[in-house]
Design a binder for this molecule. Structure first.
Ligand code: PXL
Length: 283
């Protein structure tokens, strides 16, 4: 029998609004991956669309958990990081990635910093620099176009959506081909959305596109990166993993749009989780 893969998930825990660990945990479990949550902060809701959310920074607890797991020498197959509560957490996570890599773990960094050309309100320039340094340690990064502009240090408006420009952006983010890139929020034609993928194993850029359901919902980036992580751990090559992630997000968004739910409550993915179960890992 194949061993169940084990992933460290370094993200915040936001109680209401479907993002981060409230997505990562159920998705990875459904995909047959054991998830070890390492919360960066505890919030009542995410910071996009709800006023007055609580925010408990967990940097010290995170540092203690990392020390504990290193002492236990836990055999992580992957480390998957997302929203961070402080710049120090990014440095700690970079150290943790380096340690896990010595045991063969794959590192997936979702450089969560902003969307639609704007930073999330808890992010500072120091944190953006820390996120770029953490991303430099990753095997795979999953930025949206706002985060890509921040990582490349170019204005958001300068990121062109032509196929040639997107190809160039994905390649530029790969650090000379050392890391794979899945650039999300990419639309090659009106009415479509998806990703541009640079696969460091083949040095090829491929595109995945699905129809855009007409409305954007909170947490779709977290849902996409979680399915991508699960698929990579099931043995899928990067383009196939991105294809599965795009399809699942599209189906969940279509359902949510049909229900006319408020965008800040995230995508109604729970009823569709069963679609992620059942695939066996490659031998
Ligand atoms: O989905 C990204 C995200 C994650 N975690 C928190 C957030 C956001 C985006 O607003 O606020 C707490």
């Amino acid at each position: 029998m194949t061993r169940t893969p084990l992933t460290a998930a370094i993200h915040d825990l936001s109680g209401f609004g479907r993002c981060s660990l409230t997505i990562v945990l159920p998705v990875l479990s459904a995909m047959g991956v054991q998830c070890c949550p390492m919360p960066t902060a505890c919030l009542s809701t995410h910071t996009g669309g709800f006023d007055g959310n609580t925010f408990l920074d967990l940097t010290d607890a995170l540092s203690g958990a990392m020390d504990h797991y290193r002492r236990l020498n836990l055999p992580f197959d992957a480390v998957y990081t997302g929203f961070m509560g402080s710049a120090r957490q990014m440095a700690l996570s970079a150290d943790f990635l380096r340690w896990a890599r010595t045991g063969g773990a794959l590192s997936i960094v979702d450089p969560v910093m902003g969307d639609n050309g704007r930073l999330y309100r808890t992010y500072t320039p120091e944190m953006c620099a820390g996120m770029a340094a953490l991303s430099a340690e990753a095997d795979v990064i999953v930025p949206n176009r706002t985060e890509a502009a921040l990582l490349l240090n170019v204005p958001y408006d300068h990121l062109d959506q032509s196929e040639a420009a997107l190809r160039q952006t994905a390649e530029a983010l790969s650090l000379d081909g050392r890391r794979s890139v899945v650039l999300t929020g990419v639309s090659l034609t009106p009415g479509q959305t998806g990703a541009a993928c640079f696969d460091r194993d083949t040095a090829a850029v491929t595109f995945v596109q699905t129809d855009f359901v007409g409305r954007a919902f909170h947490g779709t980036g977290d849902l996409f990166a979680s399915v991508l992580t699960g698929a990579l751990l099931q043995g899928d090559p990067l383009p196939r993993a991105a294809q599965r992630a795009a399809k699942f997000v599209r189906d969940c968004a279509a359902r949510t749009a049909a229900e006319d739910l408020p965008p800040r409550e995230g995508v109604d993915f729970e009823p569709l989780l069963g679609r992620l179960t059942g695939k066996r890992r490659e031998p």
